[in-house]
Structures are given as structure tokens and as C-alpha cells.
Ligand binder design. Sequence first.
Ligand SMILES: NC(=O)C1=CN([C@@H]2O[C@H](COP(=O)(O)OP(=O)(O)OC[C@H]3O[C@@H](n4cnc5c(N)ncnc54)[C@H](O)[C@@H]3O)[C@@H](O)[C@H]2O)C=CC1
Ligand SMILES: O=C(CO)COP(=O)(O)O
Length: 378
Amino acid sequence: MSRRQDAARPRVAVVGAGSWGTTFGKILADGGAHVTMWARRPELASEIQEGKRNSEYLPGINLPRDMHATHHLSEALEGAEQIYLSIPSQAVRQNLKAVRPLISQSDAPIVSLMKGVERRTGLRMSQVIEQELHCDPARIAVASGPNLALEIASEQPTAAVISSTSQETAEAVARRARNKYFRTFVNTDVIGTEFGGVLKNLIAVAIGIVDGVGYGENTKASIITRGLVEMTDFAVAFGAQHETLQGLAGLGDLIATCQSPLSRNNTAGRLLGQGYRFDDVVKQMNQTAEGLASVAPILQLAREVGVQMPIVEQVKMVLDGTMNPRDIAPHLTTDDDTPQGERTTNGQAGGGGALWRSIQRALDQFRNGGRGAAGDRP
Ligand SMILES: NC(=O)C1=CN([C@@H]2O[C@H](COP(=O)(O)OP(=O)(O)OC[C@H]3O[C@@H](n4cnc5c(N)ncnc54)[C@H](O)[C@@H]3O)[C@@H](O)[C@H]2O)C=CC1
Ligand SMILES: O=C(CO)COP(=O)(O)O
């Protein structure tokens, strides 16, 4: 590609050059954008810029020849029409403080690729972005779904959902963030989409734990199924749509993360199940396992709205060293003595659920102006 052709392409910035940031940069570049990655470490920026590799996070992957990288934030953000953020959730606020003065003249959409909540505040990443950048929520989007970085970097066909309270923002981002191997749907349920990504990490830690102990498929299927109920109850209590949790950002991501040894949350859980202590697990993980930091704030939020999360509670006890990993599986309900009904939906269960879903669909179509944008609706 000539310099002139390169300059004519829409510019986007990706802040964070770990496994997901770099993979998303590749998605965007393969979709036709002029991508500049920001890497915190100069040596990583130069490996991407010069060698078109990120050997620490994406071994064996060749990055697009026209993908750029810098360790100067101002260079990465200059002229960006869309800005994607992919840094560990606990570091987002401090990084946004550096981003803010550099984009004061810009109204570019800000897209969160992260799947954690802030430990100190319990806030979702879109809320932290809104606070730190003082921007209209309609400018913020989040991307989520069954998106194990290394598989996508190998160009295996994958779907994701882009969510924003503004349908227009969601569609603009979804149009940019797609290519022949990466398909993006849209929705306007930011709460459900973000919480889906956060909560499936906690269930994936539980799955890792029982895997590490040596339990088999029945145990894992039981935890995945009951885990989805916990995820749904929690997210709906905070205003999410039930259906979002059945879609790519909920069930889809839950399946991928719970099944794959590529998942860092699953891997962290497996080490705990094998008997490693929490501190040793953290030392062994050289990549981000968001679930470990999200457990405590999620349980705090659950208590505030009166939602019971027996599986997540047990994950916390294993992390704290107060429960033997072997004991996690039998306690799948909150009350082991009294048999519970197998409730799989929230308050709109039964006949009301179908009616509710058709009302939601009608509302969605109305919001889309009858254009039938590809919503992520099962
Ligand atoms: N890797 C994956 O398959 C996927 C990850 N995600 C989410 O993407 C987010 C980022 O995760 P990954 O890229 O996987 O993590 P990673 O561990 O691969 O990379 C994190 C990057 O952030 C940098 N970093 C660490 N501390 C920092 C700080 N204080 N300030 C600035 N940069 C810092 C690291 O140097 C590294 O480049 C997480 O929220 C994760 O849940 C979402 C979908 C898929
Ligand atoms: O979010 C992911 C897949 O969708 C990645 O999961 P891990 O962070 O557990 O690797």
C-alpha cells in the first residue's frame, strides 16, 4: 500500500497493546482502517512497528504490514476517528487521565474492549470512561462476545456485539470493527453487554477450579448452567435486558471462556483447583485475569440489590483460602437442605417471558427505525 493510500484510510487508535488490544488492532487494520496502537513499553511499540509482531502476547502471529505502533499516547490519538481502549480494568482510570487532555477537541467514539469492574468503586468501564472523560454516554461503546484473542488473531471466524446507548454510535463502531473473519452485531443494552463480559469471567474461574480438582463434564455443565442464572439475575437487577445474557456477550462468551485453556480466568481457576495459593497464582499469571479483581466488587453489588450468587461466593472463598476447592461443586444452590425449583429466568418467567420478549423486540425495531440492524437477539 502506498503512503497516500495509507493516509486516506480512516484513522483509529488502540490504547493498550496486550493480547486483546493487539488483536483488535489487527481486526481493524484488516477491515481497512489506519491503525495506530499505543503500547506502554517502548520496546513493545517498536516490535509491533518494525517487526509486525507481538511475540509476548500473540506468539506466531504476523500483524498487518500497515499496522502502526508508538509509545507516545499523543501520536496514537492524533486524528483518530474512533478510540479503542484495552488495558487492565484496574489501570483504566489512571490512563484516562492522560488521554483526556489529548482528545479535548475530539468527539470520536470511545470503545471499551475491557471485561472488568473497578475494584474500588464497582463501576463498569463505560461508567469510568464517562466520569474521567466527562463525555456524553452516547459517545461510548463497548465490544464483547466470545472473543479469545489468539483464535481471532489466527483469523478464525468469530462474532461479537457492539453496544452503545446510541444506536448510531453502535452501528458506526460495528461498521468499522468488522472484516472477513470478524462479524459485529449491535445492541443498545450497555449494562447487559458489559456485565455479561465481567460475570462470565467469574464463572470461568469456577470452571477452572473444578477442572483443576479433576471433576468432569457433569460438574462443569452444572456450574455453567447455574452460573448463567446467576449472571442473568445480577445483570437484570441492574437494568440489563434478559436477552442480552442469552446472546454473544452472555452465553456465547460463557461457553468460550469456560471451555478454552486459552482463557486466563479459566487458567487461574485451574491453578487454584490444583492447590496453588492465590498469591502464587497471581505470580504465575503474566497476563490479565480480570475475574480475580472483579469477584469482591461484584459480590458487594449483588448484596446491595439482594441477588444471591452462590457460585461466585464460593469462588471468593476459594480465592480467600477459606474453602477447599474440592468442596465447591456440591454447593450449587444457596440452600442444600431444601430442594429449590430450577428457575432459569428472572421475574418475567413463564408465559410473561415470551410476551416480554416480543415487546422488547418491537421496541428494538422501533429504536432502529425499522431498519432491522443486526441486533444480537437469540
Ligand atoms: N485476551 C483476550 O482474549 C480478551 C481480553 N479482553 C479484555 O481486554 C482487556 C485487556 O486484556 P488483555 O489485552 O487480554 O490483557 P494482557 O494482559 O494481554 O495485556 C494488558 C496490556 O496492558 C498493559 N498494561 C498493564 N498495566 C498497565 C497500566 N497500568 N497502564 C497501561 N497499560 C498497562 C500491559 O503492558 C499489556 O500490554 C481485559 O479487560 C480483558 O478482560 C476481552 C476480550 C478478549
Ligand atoms: O474474554 C475473553 C474471551 O471472550 C478472554 O477470556 P480471558 O480473559 O479469561 O482469557
